[in-house]
Design a protein around this ligand. Structure first.
Ligand code: ATP
Length: 271
């Protein structure tokens, strides 16, 4: 029995590890039963994070502190140039803070920390940049999602495990009706965003970060992505930077304004 990062137990039904010598566009998967169990909760926490680009005294972020409990949706808003993207890059581990810490803290039912804080490692963060479709590299959906996976020879159990995670990610984002042979560039705007999300969801991140997830989409695709984020929020901790406050308002549990000069303060959405 395996415990997923969602605090869920995965009970595999007795299955034979079917060899996956080739992956076709129609994948067959064994059934997985999911049982919810009582668990402590965890919180993504940022403490006193400041950032100066290396070699400069320019202060882009000033002593930023905030936290976001698991399976909740946080949004950062603020003027262009205030430092929102710079903060996301630090959270994703793309750049390192000059000072401060970023970690996951587990709490017990009594509300006290139940163990020492664990640094948030980049491998446990999913980030979808603005206009992610511009960075698609493959000519079919399967290769796009599995791009960067280790080239595996022989290890069927590992292949099966990866295939299950792939299938779950594709189902999560509602891409299961799309052929894995399809050229990602031929998908609609909304489906391209779904694909970009699926790529990040394969690893079940502790924190999913989205930079302007609705930018450049038509009204229907925007509504679809909002619906999808509502669905994802039930299982993941999601942090978004966006100017589209009205459309995302119903999802938001916590919100912060980034002020020019790189200070962050908790504030209700200015609707
Ligand atoms: N490496 C760097 N060196 C110097 N200045 C930088 C560096 N990276 C970003 N900046 C500056 O830091 C400021 C914050 O940029 P950032 O992209 O984080 O803002 P933003 O709030 O995300 O803006 P937008 O909403 O337009 O995306 C900007 O003035 C930018 O020019």
């Amino acid at each position: 029995m395996a415990t997923s990062p969602f605090g869920l137990r995965l009970l595999k039904s007795p299955i034979s590890a079917a060899p996956m010598s080739r992956v076709s566009s129609r994948l067959e998967f064994p059934r997985v039963q999911i049982l919810r169990v009582n668990c402590d909760y965890s919180c993504f926490e940022v403490r006193d994070v400041s950032y100066h680009p290396p070699g400069t005294q320019l202060s882009l972020l000033k002593s930023i502190s905030f936290s976001l409990p698991e399976k909740s949706f946080g949004i950062i808003f603020g003027q262009s140039g205030s430092g929102k993207t710079t903060l996301l890059q630090l959270l994703a581990g793309i750049t390192k803070p000059t000072s401060g810490s970023i970690y996951i803290q587990k709490y017990g039912k009594d509300g006290n920390p139940s163990q020492s804080p664990q640094p948030l490692v980049p491998e446990r963060v999913g980030i979808v940049f603005q206009f992610p479709e511009r960075y698609f590299v493959a000519d079919n959906v399967l290769d796009e999602v599995t791009f960067g996976w280790p080239r595996l020879k022989g290890d069927y159990q590992l292949k099966e495990h990866l295939a299950l995670r792939l299938q779950r990610a594709i189902n999560w984002v509602g891409l299961s009706g799309i052929s894995l042979d399809k050229d990602p560039h031929s998908l609609s705007g909304g489906y391209k965003r779904r694909l970009a999300l699926a790529i990040q969801l394969v690893n079940i991140p502790d924190l999913l970060i989205l930079d302007e997830p609705l930018a450049g989409l038509d009204w229907k695709a925007r509504a679809d992505v909002v619906k999808l984020l509502k669905h994802l929020k039930k299982e993941l901790t999601v942090l978004v930077v966006s100017h589209d406050l009205r459309e995302l308002a119903n999802l938001v549990d916590r919100s912060w304004r980034m002020e020019m000069g790189g200070s962050l303060k908790e504030e209700s959405l200015p609707l």
